[in-house]
Design a protein around this ligand. Structure first.
Ligand SMILES: Nc1ncnc2c1ncn2[C@@H]1O[C@H](COP(=O)(O)OP(=O)(O)OP(=O)(O)O)[C@@H](O)[C@H]1O
Length: 315
């Protein structure tokens, strides 16, 4: 049973210009997507840069204005005015960002950064607050010495852990994680992802996990939507998406994941080329969601990047 439903969400950014700075056009960032969140489940949102992933996350949490659609949280329509500061929605839905550094106030000590949501929502006594901060630092695997330090004194992975400690401080229901590891070294990425999985299980957290990397999402998510130009071109369980992708764009994204397992690599490559050639034979042209035509014969069959190059006039 889902605790939150997003229905037909649209977010358009106005483009202003002219002498009076009036709205002259708009960017369609999110164009009618629907998704729902279940307790303890991770929902992945994947797509290339600019397809609208971050705007989706930011509009759900209330950092961007929603043009149309609705957000129903625990049976209540919170689209317009129930997501503000101090609301239970504001406490229960938290976000962690790609750039942990700029999401942490450089002038505040770690203890005050983590205490921020606690002071807003839990109203603990000073002793209880101290205990909660120590507890949170222990959960994210950091020493109590960290409390008096400033963000710049930590590595990227540690900063992300501080951001996570702040996000889980008030026992949220959903964490929106926007490319939480893409700025980190590969070895640290695995640590942070595994740690996020651990706390998901421990606290029954739900995630909206945003990434351009299908490999990362495969590791983390139960349900995945593939986003292209503001819309979902395909949604399904992890199993569906990885073993039986339907949309050619999903196939292209999958073929861009480095195939690191040498056993059977040649067979997989042959199979992929065959699948794509069959698709090309049956569909001379591929039409995207906006009706734009791609001539499949002119596209590289093994790399989805070709599609974006084509769009930019590169092919
Ligand atoms: N504040 C803004 N004003 C105008 N247009 C914007 C704004 N923010 C984003 N956009 C545009 O909206 C579209 C979606 O952007 P968004 O950042 O959501 O994509 P994304 O998939 O998260 O990309 P990335 O992975 O690069 O962050 C893009 O065309 C982008 O240029």
């Amino acid at each position: 049973m889902s605790f939150m439903q997003i229905n037909d969400l649209k977010v358009y950014y106005p483009i202003r210009g002219g002498f009076f700075n009036t709205v002259v056009d708009q960017v369609t960032a999110v164009d009618g997507i629907s998704l729902e969140f279940e307790k303890g489940k991770a929902y992945g949102l994947v797509g290339e840069s600019g397809c609208g992933k971050s705007t989706t996350g930011k509009s759900i949490i209330g950092l961007e204005k929603i043009t149309s659609g609705s957000i129903i949280y625990e049976g209540e329509n919170v689209t317009d005015n129930r997501r503000g500061r101090g609301s239970s929605y504001n406490r229960d839905i938290q976000m962690i960002f790609q750039d942990a550094h700029s999401s942490l106030n450089p002038r505040k000590r770690v203890q005050d950064i983590i205490a921020e949501p606690i002071r807003n929502f839990l109203k603990l006594s000073p002793d209880e607050e101290k205990r909660r901060i120590n507890e949170l630092l222990a959960i994210v695997g950091m020493n109590e010495d960290a409390k008096l330090k400033y963000p710049h004194e930590f590595s990227g992975g540690q900063k992300q852990r501080i951001g996570i400690a702040r996000a889980i401080a008030c026992n949220p229901k959903l964490i929106i994680a926007d490319e939480p590891v893409s700025a980190l070294d590969l070895s640290v990425q695995a640590q942070v992802l595994n740690f996020m999985k651990d706390i998901q299980q421990e606290f029954g957290l739900s995630y909206l996990f945003i990434s351009h990397d299908l490999g990362v999402v495969k590791h983390m998510c139960d349900h995945i939507s593939i986003m292209y130009k503001g819309r979902f071109v395909e949604s399904g369980s992890r199993q569906d998406i990885y073993t039986n992708p339907q949309h050619i764009y999903t196939k292209r994204l999958l073929s861009a994941i480095p195939d690191v397992n040498p056993v059977g690599r040649e067979e997989r490559k042959k199979e992929r080329i065959e699948v794509e050639s069959n698709y090309a034979a049956n569909h001379k042209n591929y039409y995207d969601e906006n009706g734009k035509v791609y001539d499949l014969k002119k596209l590289s069959m093994t790399h989805y990047v070709a599609m974006s190059a084509h769009e930019k006039g590169g092919i």
